[in-house]
Write a new protein. Structure first.
Length: 324
């Protein structure tokens, strides 16, 4: 599903209550068209002060472009949206910043109406500045969930600062135009170590990409959440990144019954496993395409170099036909 198709999914739900998380300056939901609300961990003024030094807008337009925030999430969505319920929650490039992802999914389910949808655009590590970082295993997300301690993210924030790449263009990653060049930056390394200590020992709240996914590893994360009976959703839709795009799309549908129905949970796991395995085959075949072409060209060259006219005559005729 492209960004345009994702917007079309939202467009079909005019009049329904929709919550968008972290819209910043480019919301997917239009307040003038939809029954829309916006949430963030910061107030509108706090967002302005946080992003102003980062130069996210040209010509000082940040204040005018910021989407006003209706709900500031200090404790949880369940507590801080003041009793509101939504048919759709939209989350674009948000969940990688959430320090406890499993808890986050449970929290959002409590403010979704029955059969509501959680719509997510998620960065794919392969085509973003997380390219050279390791994908996150389920055990790490489960560990943070069980500990319920922000200090657990200290090593994840360290990894984010230490291993992210400066390139921000998905096309460069998809075209293999980006290489990792290890540079000795002792001063920066000391900064990263200090950051680690501040998060771990002093409770610093830091904004980073804690969680690193590809399309397939996120499907595996959903599978493992189901295995552990920690996912109050079914998978409604998924789509891998499009060409020259750094994100994939996931739509979950709230379904509390799956927490009580082991047969339904198993069927959902098998559906996700089939999706993941079929995508692995597609990715492998796509990666093999240039090598298959190269191998065929080599075989053709070998055959056309033979002195046997019984082989070369039909091959040359075929070659002329292909050229035409």
């Amino acid at each position: 599903m492209s960004r345009a198709a994702l917007e079309a999914f939202i467009e079909e739900r005019k009049g329904e209550p929709i919550l968008e998380i972290g819209p910043l300056i480019s919301p997917l939901v239009d307040r003038d068209i939809h029954n829309a609300f916006f949430a963030d961990i910061r107030s509108t003024e706090e967002i302005y002060e946080f992003y102003l030094p980062l130069d996210v807008c040209p010509d000082g337009e940040l204040r005018n472009k910021l989407v006003p925030i209706d709900f500031v999430i200090r404790e949880s969505y369940e507590k801080d949206v003041a009793g509101h319920k939504f048919n759709v929650i939209v989350s674009s490039h948000v969940i990688e910043h959430v320090h406890d992802l499993i808890l986050h999914f449970h929290d959002l389910s409590k403010v979704l109406n029955e059969d509501g949808f959680l719509v997510m655009a998620i960065p794919d590590r392969r085509y973003t500045f997380d390219h050279f970082r390791e994908v996150t295993p389920f055990r790490d997300m489960h560990d943070v969930y069980m500990r319920n301690d922000f200090a657990c993210t200290a090593r994840l924030a360290f990894d984010f600062e230490f291993n992210r790449h400066p390139c921000n263009y998905p096309v460069d990653y998809q075209n293999n135009a980006v290489s990792f060049y290890p540079v000795a930056e002792e001063d920066r390394f000391l900064e990263y170590q200090e950051l680690y200590k501040q998060i771990k020992d002093e409770g610093l709240r830091y904004d980073a990409h804690f969680w690193v996914f590809t399309y397939i590893t996120f499907l595996d994360f959903l599978r493992d959440c189901l295995r552990a009976n920690l996912l109050p959703y079914t998978l409604h839709y998924s789509h891998p990144p499009l060409l020259n795009c750094g994100e994939f799309t996931i739509i979950l549908k709230k379904d509390l019954s799956i927490l009580e129905d082991s047969d339904k949970r198993m069927a959902e796991m098998m559906k996700i496993i089939d999706l993941s395995e079929s995508q692995i085959v597609k990715d492998r075949d796509k990666a093999a395409e240039p090598y298959v072409e190269e191998a065929l060209e080599e075989q053709l060259a070998r055959l056309t170099s033979t002195t046997s006219w019984k082989v070369t005559r039909p091959l040359r005729a075929l070659g002329r036909l292909l050229k035409k």
